[in-house]
Design a protein around this ligand. Structure first.
Ligand code: HEC
Length: 507
């Protein structure tokens, strides 16, 4: 059962990455197949495996079986058909109805048909001359790191167990603020490393703040009225009134509501190359770096020493790339009841300045079920930018195909669900009520995302918050209705005037 669910899930990851070494860039699209007769491994199947599967299915990577050769793939033929027909593989959790993502590994229907037909035809190897050239998978670093750090020592991973999230603290290799153009996380043993996060810890520990803990942010600050007028100009009175009933979050920076993540890794993910957006990360100098590694046993006792490489930017970038990690949206004081299969949390952020949204990553714990992100621009138009299932074992990041311009005043609504029922195979204890916190046994609702802003932008001023408690008034704002799994719900189209979006420099 667990195996079933694991393979059904997710994968991939998170990177803003240039697909430098990804197979898509190395192998052309499959030829259009008019007939599914006479499929062979060499001619029809291997090209698909190279493009879509070998990132993980090769020695040293996350998947336990290699699809590099006919010999190693043939025993898995039936399982391959099953995995692709049910869309368990390649792992990907975004609802295809919303957003388009550059790291989407989903097979086309034609590719699925080819793999199935090959299996149905007895999985023949075919002629040697039809075989495509093997992909030159990189061994070693894919970026050229100027600086390499490592977790302090090899960490022992036992053969069995439910996995462990381990946080290491290492000295920050940067003594002053430094522009970094690419970051690569290299697990020492990719088969046991399910995710890695690299972060500059906050100077002072965050007070245990949780959205909804106080209602203060629900009240419009005096300064908000100006912004509000600006918002509502030209809107039909009915809509303007509704927005008035839900005033902009005050532009105050409640301390420590956002952490800044420097890098995230998940299996199969290419390095994070910020250069594709003419951007770079500004890593704060001094202090320590925190490296969190999620270890999952693979059946054999082993060890891992994950390393992280940084390539410095040669010149100041056009944009600053910031990965923002808001604190949990969950409402303090609430608890997920035992057995609850669809616990809903809502939260709301507001952009205090123009930005371009390039990456999204839902983060929850074992009971996480799904997360949806909606942008509502100042004239009320709503757009669902991601609606994704969540699986704890596969922390997946979603890279926008094209950056989404976000005007100051745009709100981001986040709706997440947790499954604390016995139907959730990861649930360690469906009989327990669950509260919010950092422990894996507790829950959280973290909508992480990456934005491009001007290089001199103050990260503290990019967003303001509207605490979870305000979101009950969300009904007044046109967001897409909640979706029932398998039933697609239309986004309500609002007949609103379009305001011109300001142009960000560069793009
Ligand atoms: C991002 C990494 C990744 C990619 C890409 C990927 N897989 Fe997997 N796959 C895995 C991992 C990890 C497992 C082992 C999961 C488990 O069962 O615990 C797995 C398991 C499988 C299994 C065994 C399923 C089972 O029931 O035990 C099959 C078959 C499979 N993958 C086929 C594919 C095919 C075909 C593709 C490409 C179309 C693909 N995978 C792409 C990571 C990946």
């Amino acid at each position: 059962m667990t195996r079933f669910f694991i393979s059904l899930l997710l994968l991939t990851a998170t990177t803003m990455a240039e697909q430098v070494s990804a197979p898509r860039a190395l192998v052309g699209p499959s030829p259009v197949v008019v007939s599914l007769d006479g499929m062979s491994f060499n001619k029809d199947v291997l090209p698909i495996l190279q493009r879509n599967c070998q990132t993980c299915h090769r020695p040293g990577e996350a998947a336990p079986m290699s699809f590099l050769t006919y010999e190693s793939t043939r025993p898995w033929a039936k399982a391959i058909k099953q995995a692709v027909v049910t869309r368990k593989m390649p792992p990907w959790f975004a609802d295809p109805g919303h957003g388009s993502f550059r790291n989407d590994p989903t097979l086309t229907q034609q590719e699925i048909d080819i793999l199935s037909a090959w299996v149905d035809q007895g999985s023949p190897e075919g002629k040697a001359e039809d075989k495509p050239k093997p992909v030159q998978w990189p061994s070693g670093w894919r970026i050229q790191p100027d600086v390499v750090i490592s977790i302090p020592e090899a960490h022992v991973v036992p053969a069995k167990g439910s996995g462990e999230i381990k946080a290491f603290t290492v000295p920050n290799p940067f003594h002053e603020d430094t522009w970094v153009r690419a970051i690569e996380v290299r697990p020492g043993n990719a088969s046991v490393v399910h995710h890695v996060m690299v972060q500059v810890p906050e100077d002072t520990p965050a007070p245990s703040f949780s959205w909804g803990a106080s209602a203060a942010a629900c009240v419009a600050a005096p300064s908000a009225s100006l912004v509000q007028q600006d918002f509502n100009e030209g809107l039909p009175a009915s809509i303007a009134n509704r927005l008035n009933g839900s005033p902009p979050a005050p532009q105050v920076n409640l301390p420590k509501n956002f952490a800044i993540l420097e890098a995230v890794y998940a299996p199969g993910a290419p390095p994070m190359d910020f250069g594709i957006y003419d951007s770079a990360k500004l890593i704060r100098g001094g202090g320590d770096l925190r490296i969190e590694v999620h270890y999952t046993p693979n059946g054999t006792a082993t060890s891992d020493q994950t390393r992280i490489g940084f390539t410095l930017a040669k010149e100041p970038p056009e944009h600053r790339f910031i990965t923002l990690a808001p604190k949990s949206l969950a409402k303090a004081g609430t608890r997920i009841p035992a057995g609850e299969a669809n616990w809903e949390t809502r939260g709301e952020l507001e952009f205090g300045q123009d930005a371009q949204l390039v990456w999204l990553m839902p983060h929850m714990h074992l009971r996480g079920k799904d997360m949806r992100f909606n942008l509502v621009d100042p004239n009320g138009r709503s757009q669902t930018v991601l609606d994704a299932k969540f699986n704890f074992n596969w922390q997946l990041g979603y890279e926008m195909d094209n950056p989404i311009r976000v005007r100051r005043g745009t709100r981001m609504f986040v709706v997440a669900h947790h499954d604390n029922s016995a139907n959730n195979p990861y649930n360690p204890n469906p009989a327990a009520e669950v509260g919010w916190g950092d422990l894996t046994s507790e829950e959280m609702v973290l909508p992480w995302f990456g934005v491009l802003v001007n290089p001199d932008a103050d990260p503290e001023k990019i967003l303001s918050i509207r605490q979870g408690g305000c979101s009950s008034g969300l009904g007044s704002v046109p967001i897409a209705p909640l979706r029932v799994p398998g039933v697609s719900a239309p986004i309500p189209a609002l007949p609103l005037p379009t305001l011109p979006l300001p142009t960000l420099p560069g793009r």
